[in-house]
Ligand binder design. Structure first.
Ligand code: PEP
Ligand code: MN
Length: 370
């Protein structure tokens, strides 16, 4: 992916990780929100015990899409962050959305500030934060704006860089879209890749929690992010996720987080020896990307099958509609043929998909209470 926009000049200083090893990703972890001093300290001590995390995160002010949900504990939580730092030696991070947040977070010794996805989409807010940061050397990470706009993301990074911040990085947390797919926020990998092309030395951290919106997909997205050569991961971890006051579905327990990080494969981004191996690894990366997309699309297809099952149930229709199926077969077989896929393979593939779709519909139709 190349970048065709205006050249980006940003002065960067590396953010050290807990192992003092540039090959090790910068791991940031902690709860979505600070809820109580006990919750923060318990979670932080368990994370510290993994010996791998560099920075403890917790949201003090929460930008919520809809009002009447928990909007953060506020300034009361800042002394708790100080206690975490004292008890664990971990550096701390929180989200800031305006100048007052910056002043308060700095007053209480928070080491890293991040600008959230809703704030980075607004140049007025980013400029206000940049002005409040002048003369400090705090670490700052900027989440991608909610909409997939690389220039807007770069603009926010430039504003903060111009304020003199050098320990600067970006967080890829996915992009919201009207179409509800498998992910809470679609990863759209081409956008962070474009950012990397525009600004090769800028560290990019992936936030698998807000991309996935659930815990099941987090290991896949974390590994994928590392395979895409990101510099770190910011993950939501809570000592009791099912009782979390925000984002309960996507937070890992400290134990699950330990399993996750010790299971990650660190691959070298340096080119391999010999042309053939480099070509092979590139081809494999392309296959990995395509498989990813195929699995996502399959999952979306199965979800639609379930909706069709519900519709057929409500309208007392049979599951099997032979005309429709014959149409699908004809159309897809011809399309596959035109695209050079063998008829035998297409038939087997369509049969499998059809069978699974029937299973899902019959499950939905026979479920009681719906
Ligand atoms: C968060 O990190 O808790 C958060 C609110 O994230 P985002 O800005 O990515 O939605
Ligand atoms: Mn969250």
């Amino acid at each position: 992916m190349s970048y065709t926009g205006t050249k980006v000049e940003i002065d960067i200083e590396r953010i050290p990780n807990c192992l003092e090893n540039p090959a090790w990703p910068l791991l940031i972890a902690g709860p979505c929100s600070a809820e109580s001093e006990e919750q923060l300290i318990d979670t932080a001590l368990k994370l510290k015990a993994t010996k791998r995390i560099s920075i403890f995160r917790a949201g003090i002010w929460k930008p919520r899409t809809r009002p009447n949900s928990f909007e953060g504990i506020g300034v009361k939580g800042l002394p708790w962050m100080q206690t975490v730092k004292k008890e664990t030696g971990l550096r701390t991070a929180t989200e800031v959305a305006n100048a007052e947040h910056v002043e308060l977070a700095l007053k209480y010794g928070v080491d890293m500030l991040w600008i959230g996805a809703r704030t980075s989409a607004n140049p007025f807010s980013v400029q206000e934060i940049a002005d409040a940061l002048k003369g400090t050397d705090v670490m700052v990470l900027i989440k991608n704006p909610v909409n997939p706009d690389t220039e807007l993301w770069i603009g926010a990074l430039e504003r903060i860089s111009k304020a003199g911040i050098r320990k600067l990085g970006a967080i890829h947390r996915g992009f919201s879209s009207h179409e509800k797919g498998v992910f809470r926020n679609s990863p759209m990998w081409s956008i962070p890749i474009e950012l990397k092309a525009a600004c090769p030395h800028l560290p990019i951290i992936c936030d698998p929690s807000h991309i996935c919106g659930n815990t099941e997909l987090i290991p896949f997205i974390s590994q994928k992010a590392l395979d895409m050569d990101v510099d770190g991961l910011m993950t939501e971890v809570h000592n009791n996720p099912s009782c979390a006051w925000s984002d309960a579905k996507q937070q890992l327990t400290p134990e699950q987080y330990g399993t996750l990080i010790y299971g990650l494969l660190l691959r070298s981004s340096a080119p391999m020896k010999g042309e053939t191996q480099t070509a092979l690894s590139q081809l494999r990366a392309e296959i990995d990307l395509l498989d990813d997309e195929i699995i996502q699309k399959l999952s979306m297809r199965m979800k639609i099958s379930a909706k069709i099952g519900k519709y057929k149930k409500e309208n007392s229709m049979t599951i099997l509609q032979m005309d429709r199926w014959n149409n699908i077969l004809d159309n897809r077989l011809n399309m596959g043929k035109a695209m050079g896929i063998s008829e035998d393979f297409m038939k087997k593939y369509l049969d499998l998909i059809h069978q699974e779709s029937i299973n899902i519909q019959s499950f939905v139709m026979n479920k009681s209470g719906e």
